[in-house]
Design a protein around this ligand. Structure first.
Ligand SMILES: [Zn+2]
Ligand SMILES: [Zn+2]
Length: 127
């Protein structure tokens, strides 16, 4: 894959960020360096980078997609109140056979697991 200047800057910004930004947040950040870039271009580049397995896309229910500057396997903990995403560096240890109990003819190739919770800030607000 050719790393265009735009793609390189998007990738660098994403790798520096620990907060799993949305495409819009990445767009806001790269505009200082790439004033003419469009949101559509940011989306397209993020899509290509995630298809190439360089970054990962986090599918959160209902919310906007978030992006992660690494594709190393790790768990995400998602705040169901504000959508904040945090890493949990524990490798999930999942017994696929037990999970499916032989109830599918699919050849299982992976599992996508997210932990949902309430982050400390939201928890404080609710109390
Ligand atoms: Zn929260
Ligand atoms: Zn992550």
């Amino acid at each position: 894959m050719r790393l265009t200047k735009q793609r390189k800057i998007i990738l660098e910004r994403l790798k520096q960020s620990r907060r799993h930004p949305t495409a819009v947040q990445i767009y806001d950040e790269v505009r200082s360096e790439l004033p003419n870039i469009s949101l559509g271009t940011v989306y397209r580049n993020l899509d290509i980078l995630s298809k190439e397995g360089i970054i990962s896309k986090i599918e959160t229910c209902g919310d906007q997609k978030r992006f992660d500057g690494t594709s190393d396997p790790h768990l995400h903990i998602i705040c169901s109140s504000c959508g904040k995403v945090q890493d949990a560096h524990q490798e999930p240890d999942i017994d696929m056979d037990r999970l499916t109990r032989g109830e599918t003819d699919f050849k299982i190739t992976g599992v996508r697991l997210e932990l949902l919770g309430i982050c400390p800030e939201c928890n404080r607000e609710n109390n």
